[in-house]
Design a binder for this molecule. Structure first.
Ligand code: FUB
Length: 449
């Protein structure tokens, strides 16, 4: 490769590695992601998800999960996520069957300044006495890598969905699943089991259980897991006063998906004194639920330590900056009639969504927008309209302060219109966009300048 080519490859890698997406739900906007394992390392949240891709005739198994690598993402503010690129690939791990496309749900944990990334995959034929799924480890000095994979998987582990928990006394535990949920102590080297494998058998006996994720709060050990109680997975939890149980089933964290996504998969973190649930849904692939996208919503505890059910939202978490494009289709609330969400281009769902207003007084509410304190003078709205229309932008409620009235001419194609603000309201505001006529008017995003 000549010098010029080397430079352009380096630039391409840099652009890719630091590409950001501006998130509500789903968090990642340019690729499928699933099974999020979120971790707080230093002052950032890192998410280690699975990476769904679509199978083809010569890649994976059609109509099934297809995963060949892992990326890691990080954020300081839960709004802007940085993709640090690929950290582990199936064809670069000694023990992984390279055409298995089975790099399922992973986890990562820090110990003594090293980052241990645990991932399941299908082991090469006659590589160990285990057939099918087992679990391996890759180690790095920084959460974003580079990771070096161990040549052999962890001995005596058969299954998927690894999760590692380190207790206050320094003892580490590995959990995984294969129909049931299993757990064992890990040695200090984080690479070998240090106890018998236990089946955590106090969980529901009927219906698949997988995806364990354990955390501790106020002396209570929470074992969270997706479980098929009815038709699809819902997120449940059990509690104990010991990391390996016995556990007592304690409740549901998130109900089954209302649109039928068969899997869900969770992790729970506390970041800057707020608890968050990370999970997934097939937002970008409504007709195929093996191509999923990670999401996050806030989570709260009752005084007795039980978990309040989390209702999935599109708005998700994080503060949106008024000066960046605000995707109001990731709404906090929407009127019952006259406002709907649709893909901008159903043949390329990663182009995202739009809001479609079709009735007078239809509205959409978008919470937690930071206007800062420096006066912003105008609003820019990317819109189109069949016959022309009027939208009001208010803060707080339908009767809140009217900050702009946007008169939109008939527009067959998307156009960015800029309108002077009537009023400026500083700091954090909730926005309400209200249609003032019955014409079909569409909005891609709005921002303030
Ligand atoms: O992503 C593949 C599998 O789907 C995961 O390992 C399970 O937890 C389920 O989410």
């Amino acid at each position: 490769m000549n010098f010029r080519n080397q430079i352009s490859v380096k630039i391409a890698v840099l652009v890719f590695a630091f590409s950001s997406s501006y998130a509500q739900n789903p968090l990642i906007r340019n690729q499928f992601t699933a099974d999020p394992s979120a971790r707080v390392f230093g002052d950032k949240v890192y998410v280690f998800p699975s990476h769904d891709i679509l199978a083809t005739e010569d890649r994976g198994r059609l109509d099934w999960f297809c995963m060949e690598d892992y990326h890691v993402f990080s954020s300081e503010n839960l709004t802007d996520w940085t993709d640090h690129g690929t950290i582990v690939q199936q064809n670069k791990v000694d023990w992984v069957k390279p055409d298995s496309y089975s790099m399922w749900a992973p986890d990562c944990i820090e110990r003594n300044g090293k980052y241990y990334f645990y991932f399941p995959s299908t082991v090469k034929d006659s590589f160990t006495d285990i057939k099918g799924f087992t679990i391996g480890v890759a180690i790095a000095d920084k959460p974003e890598g580079p990771y070096t994979t161990e040549p052999m998987p962890i001995k005596n582990v058969k299954g998927i969905d690894p999760n590692v928990f380190i207790d206050k006394d320094g003892q580490a535990y590995l959990y995984w699943s294969q129909g049931n949920i299993f757990g064992a102590k890990l040695k200090d080297n984080m690479l070998e089991l240090d106890s018998e494998v236990m089946t955590l058998g106090e969980l529901p006996t009927k219906g698949l259980k997988e995806g364990p994720y354990v955390f501790e709060r106020n002396g209570i050990y929470y074992l969270t897991y997706p479980h098929v109680e009815n038709k699809t997975e819902r997120l449940e939890y059990a509690i104990s006063d010991n990391p390996l149980g016995p556990f007592k089933v304690a409740g549901v964290i998130m109900d089954e998906s209302s649109t039928g996504c068969w899997t869900n998969h969770q992790s729970i973190i506390n970041f800057k004194n707020q608890w968050y649930l990370f999970y997934h849904h097939n937002d970008y692939s409504p007709n195929f639920d093996k191509a999923r996208s990670i999401r996050a919503d806030s989570l709260s505890f009752n005084a007795d330590g039980t978990i309040q059910k989390v209702i999935p939202t599109l708005r998700g978490i994080g503060v949106s900056k008024a000066s960046k494009e605000i995707q109001i289709d990731r709404y906090s609330q929407i009127s019952e009639k006259g406002a709907a969400i649709d893909f901008i281009d159903s043949t390329d769902t990663f182009k995202g969504w739009k809001t479609v207003f079709s009735n007078s007084n239809a509205w959409i509410k978008y919470n937690t927008v930071d206007f800062g304190k420096k006066r912003l003078k105008s609003v820019v709205i990317k819109t189109k309209s069949e016959n022309g229309g009027t939208l009001e932008i208010r803060t707080d409620s339908m009767n809140g302060t009217l900050i702009a009235t946007v008169t939109i001419p008939k527009l067959d194609n998307w156009k960015e219109l800029k309108i002077t603000l009537n009023k400026f309201k500083a700091y954090t505001q909730n926005l309400i966009i209200v249609s003032k006529d019955d014409s079909k008017t569409e909005v891609d995003w709005i921002k303030f300048e």
